[in-house]
Design a binder for this molecule. Sequence first.
Ligand SMILES: Nc1nc2c(ncn2[C@@H]2O[C@H](COP(=O)(O)OP(=O)(O)OP(=O)(O)O)[C@@H](O)[C@H]2O)c(=O)[nH]1
Ligand SMILES: [Mg+2]
Length: 394
Amino acid sequence: MAESNFVDYVKIYCRSGKGGRGSTHMRREKYIPNGGPDGGDGGRGGHVILRGNRNYWTLLHLRYDRHIMAGHGESGSKNRSFGKDGEDKVVEVPCGTVVYNAETGEYICDVTEHGQEVILLKGGRGGLGNWHFKTATRQAPRFAQPGEPMQEMTVIMELKLLADVGLVGFPNAGKSTLLSAVSSAKPKIANYPFTTLEPNLGIVSYRDGKSFVMADIPGIIEGASAGKGLGLRFLRHIERNSLLLFMVPADSDDIRKEYEILLNELRTFNPEMLDKQRVLAVTKCDMLDQELMDEIEPTLPEGIPHVFISAISGMGISVLKDILWEELNKESNKIEGKVANIAHRAKDMSHLQEELKEEGEDEDLSYEYVNDDEDIEDLEDFEYEEEDWEEDKK
Ligand SMILES: Nc1nc2c(ncn2[C@@H]2O[C@H](COP(=O)(O)OP(=O)(O)OP(=O)(O)O)[C@@H](O)[C@H]2O)c(=O)[nH]1
Ligand SMILES: [Mg+2]
């Protein structure tokens, strides 16, 4: 895909901060001999946190900063002083961002709402200072806990646009024309396939100040689920729409067949997509007369509400809005808030490399960490469990 501002796929390296170590300080003051242990606790390492932000529409801003690293916790010090906590790193992401582990393809988390915060990587806890370990029989512990190690992970972030209605159709079906007719969005329209190369969102106003969001998605062709055309790259944006509006032009040779092909591509991409409510619009009906429409009607697929429309003459548009609104508000289609919940499957490992390449995200982001704290290095098997100390305490 050529350079574009619509970035819906990025790979970045994230690292939380390690916990600061506890101090082993012994209190020594002029008139207080054997002052005992007074080493404070280390501070917590910074978390890497994702925060949903509705003012972001793409992941573009993350393209320029591919190493996200939170601060380390500082060590504790004398006088039971706590070390400072490491600085958290908050990454603002658009609502609808889904995160995967770039090495294993495993689904990690998603962020769907404005202001929602998800801890992607936890900072290490700080170690306890030596004064915690003072007992009747051990007056002067000369040890303290090290801080917990940091965590690192290379992740793939994918944006799946959240819209109420997603437009599904072959190239040239009139999807962008419809969006521009019912909303103030201004997508490019032209009489050739693949005019739309990036999804567009528009707000469709309905009666009494009500509105819903419509997503115009690039055209789908047979084989899209296997990567043909704009393929996989945009099918994912359909995943999060509550309702799918299938669009087939009136001059299609076989409307039912075209519908079946579209349906099949969605099924191959993710079978759960078929659980979504569907509506069929026969587009460009200004080219038909009533007689032709009557002829076509019985040939349309059963079990799905249909409507004849023309985005150019305005025919059927208000009926279409009524149907969409009604379907959107059916109890069965209402999915927690506005988010169409689809289970996020792990990425297919056999395709992951290919996919990264296709998205231009296959560069190696591994980050050489220079360890300035050799104590931590020795602690491969270190587990931060308070109980570890129990035995010593006796
Ligand atoms: N007569 C007529 N032509 C239409 C209508 N809607 C769209 N068209 C024409 O069909 C062509 C394709 O329209 P687009 O809206 O760009 O189609 P699209 O589905 O967005 O196409 P892609 O972006 O390539 O997937 C344009 O030349 C439009 O003017 C309609 O209701 N009536
Ligand atoms: Mg278009």
